[in-house]
Design a protein around this ligand. Structure first.
Ligand code: URA
Length: 442
């Protein structure tokens, strides 16, 4: 086989055989296929797509390119959740403890922030001492002991995805449904859980900009999960406006703890109940309504917060910051961004808010940048809210005052204030399961 011929075959819109896909992925991981040929191949996939069988094979070969985690030594049902990435998206920190409090084990490997989006691992590392780099044995022991563990991806999980993702990131080939679906599902399948809930974000702050594309991606991923023998569902949720009010690592952990105490923002709480309930349905705890009731109960009776505390302690973290969030380290400086006019917030570009937060130190400028865990912003107004000239729109947090001006300007570019009130988009657009798609927006 020659890589040249396979690039040409895909470039001309033909389907590759399973053996050809295996040759490309294995060759790229071993270094036999150079970056420039893989880049050309990825661009050919971007333009010509892949059929269902090709995506299935690609996902399987990528999943099997490294370690396959074996969770069979842990009793009961094991569940995982994945978000395609957003701004202010701290749902994993809330959903995982709710589900674990109801007896479904959560064994979850999470990612770091990417571009303007935040990552669960960075958020958890704002808890002093919390280890996200457990060995596989330590990871399994924590799940056995506390019913829940959230760690970073182990070094040898899906090396094919790591290498392909890095290349896609610099060759404008990220936003392709076959490539996103195989990237996400290879990691989820290799991570070993029985049930997978996918949160597919749609809107200005997400990879998928419209509901139809998000639905297509969700359907492909659910099929990949079910084909691999995992119970899989996907929810399509809004990411036009940031979720909740906090953006930035420790600020988001604080908002998550408040939500687990029943004092969280309405949008975040509602979305987390829905996500938790769907994961619990997959875990066999009942129908949607029963599972929503169980999810709410885990917040009301404090059992979900207790699970989070147990996990933090089992992974070496200082739980005093969770028990009393006043104990979190704070940024040295704050800066209020003021509304220049009267009216209503008519739109907030979530990506712009994420970039402004990143400019304060909450995200990485380069792969090796160090994150400032205390940096970020607390939104004071969101889409649909009335504002008067002089009102605070958002409060910025940083340890270097010189960062405020540029971040405030970037934030203001992301926000529009108009005379007519505009409703926020719905939070939930659709639920995709193996045999049905329910649209909430139609
Ligand atoms: N997240 C991933 O893990 N992979 C993608 O391709 C896009 C988002």
């Amino acid at each position: 086989m020659r890589m040249y011929d396979l690039i040409m075959k895909k470039r001309d819109g033909n389907a590759l055989t399973d053996a050809e896909i295996e040759y490309i992925v294995k060759g790229f991981v071993s270094g036999e296929v150079p970056d420039y040929q893989m880049s050309a191949f990825l661009m050919a996939v971007f333009y010509k797509g892949m059929n269902d069988r090709e995506i299935l094979t690609l996902t399987k070969v990528m999943a099997e390119s490294g370690d396959m985690v074996d969770l069979s030594s842990i009793d009961g049902v094991k569940a995982d959740k994945h978000s395609t990435g957003g701004v202010g998206d701290k749902t994993s920190l809330i959903v995982a403890p709710i589900v674990a409090a109801n007896g479904v084990k959560v064994a979850k490997m999470s990612g770091r922030g990417l571009g303007h989006t935040g990552g669960t691992v960075d958020k958890l590392e704002s808890i002093p001492g919390y280890r996200t780099d457990l060995t596989e044995k330590e990871f399994l022991d924590v799940v056995r002991k506390t019913g829940i563990s959230v760690i970073g991806q182990s070094a040898n999980l899906t090396p094919a995805d790591k290498k392909m993702y890095a290349l896609r990131d610099v060759t404008a080939t990220i936003d392709s449904i076959p490539l996103i679906a195989s990237s996400i599902m290879s990691k989820k399948i290799a991570a070993g859980s029985d049930c997978i809930l996918l949160d597919v974000k749609v809107g200005s702050g997400a990879f998928m900009k419209n509901t139809e594309d998000a639905l297509k991606l969700a359907e492909v991923m659910v099929t990949l999960g079910e084909n691999a023998g995992r119970k899989t569902r996907a929810m399509i949720t809004d990411m036009d406006t940031p979720l909740g009010y906090a953006i930035g690592n420790s600020l988001e952990v604080i908002e998550s703890v408040n939500t687990l105490k029943g004092k969280g923002p309405e949008d975040l709480t509602h979305e987390c109940i829905e996500l938790s309930a769907n994961l619990m349905v997959l875990g066999g705890l009942g129908n949607e309504d029963e599972c929503k009731r169980l999810a709410r109960k885990a917040i009301d009776d404090g059992s979900a917060l207790k699970r989070l505390i147990s996990m933090v302690e089992a992974q070496g973290g200082d739980s005093s910051v969770i028990k009393d969030t006043e104990n979190f380290a704070k940024a040295a400086f704050t800066y209020d961004v003021i509304s220049p006019s009267d009216g209503y917030v008519t739109s907030m570009d979530a990506a712009g808010c994420g970039i402004a937060s990143s400019m304060l130190g909450a995200g990485r400028e380069t792969l090796d940048s160090r994150i400032d865990h205390t940096a970020g912003m607390i939104l004071r107004k969101k889409t649909g809210d009335r504002v008067a000239a002089g009102d605070v729109l958002t409060t910025l947090y940083a340890n270097d005052e010189s960062l405020f001006k540029a971040a405030a300007d970037r934030y203001m570019e992301a926000v529009s204030i108009g005379k007519e009130r505009k409703e926020r988009n719905p939070l939930l657009y659709a639920l995709v399961s193996k045999d049905k798609v329910i649209r909430y927006d139609k």
